[in-house]
Design a protein around this ligand. Structure first.
Ligand code: C5P
Length: 249
């Protein structure tokens, strides 16, 4: 068993800041700053509030995952990515199905921009297959592969095009880790505590312990913290699970 510090464990916890206004979002940031490794700003919050939410989180010295899942022609995504870098986000994502040219141009533009500004290069993730899509949905939109095959295929495209890693469901962590090595970043949402009895829309879930033990670099957690009676206590429990998962690797 390896010894892992609490800081190493909390750095791996990304809180899904799923709020629809600045005030609510910032009250979560105030509460959880220093307790989680990153705040994930998604489409709802960013569309409602704009870049100032990212600026406010960064002003507090916290890290940001900008979860806007860019998908457009390569030039447009590359320019949007430079704008994300100018906001100094630590992580952002694109859809792998945008293709290798889009990913390559994005990585090149974002990292060149970060280097010019003297900033740390952001982690650039690719989303493979949305977990809301099943095999029937893929057939409907014209894909011949099933979800598992398509996840692997698109992860390969992302890896070859130079993405830092992927967003991956719990079930796919082991396969991706085995095939793409230790440096490929794996971020896993859909985390539920082993003891939780929540009944929400996350279907393919795993505990934080299992996800980290299997090889996730970061886990994304929203409702298990947001809906807890004592969010800070829920946060501490998840960090303990991460720590145990790291030790069990
Ligand atoms: O509340 P919960 O822990 O389910 O939050 C998960 C977060 O991760 C949400 O912000 C959701 O949009 C995001 N997400 C997800 N499943 C994916 C990708 C992202 O739940 N496949």
């Amino acid at each position: 068993m390896k010894n892992t510090s609490n800081k190493a464990a909390s750095d791996k916890l990304i809180f899904a800041l799923d709020a629809d206004n600045y005030k609510d979002a910032m009250s979560w940031v105030e509460l959880l700053s220093g307790h989680v490794g990153m705040f994930k700003v998604g489409k709802e919050l960013f569309t409602a509030v704009g870049p100032k939410i990212v600026e406010s989180i960064k002003e507090r010295g916290q890290r940001v995952f900008l979860d806007l899942k860019f998908h457009d022609i390569p030039n447009t995504v590359a320019r949007a990515s430079e704008a994300a870098v100018r906001l100094n986000v630590d992580m952002f994502n694109v859809h792998a199905s945008g293709g290798s040219q889009m990913i390559k141009e994005t990585v090149s533009a974002a990292w060149t921009c970060a280097d010019k500004l003297g900033q740390v290069r952001p982690i650039i993730l690719a989303v493979t297959v949305l977990t809301s899509l099943n095999n029937a949905d893929l057939t409907e939109i014209g894909f011949q592969k099933d979800t598992k095959e398509l996840v692997f295929h698109l992860a390969k495209v992302a890896y070859s095009a130079g993405a830092s890693g992927v967003v991956a469901s719990a079930q796919d962590i082991a396969l991706l880790r085995t095939n793409f090595g230790d440096k490929f970043v794996i971020v896993t949402p859909g985390i539920r505590s082993a003891s939780s009895t929540t009944n929400d829309d996350q279907k393919r879930t795993l505990s934080a312990y299992e996800a980290v033990k299997t090889g996730a670099d970061y886990i994304v957690v929203g409702r298990p913290i947001r809906a807890a009676q004592e969010p800070l206590e829920a946060c501490r429990q998840i960090i303990q699970e991460i720590s145990n998962g790291l030790a069990a690797r």
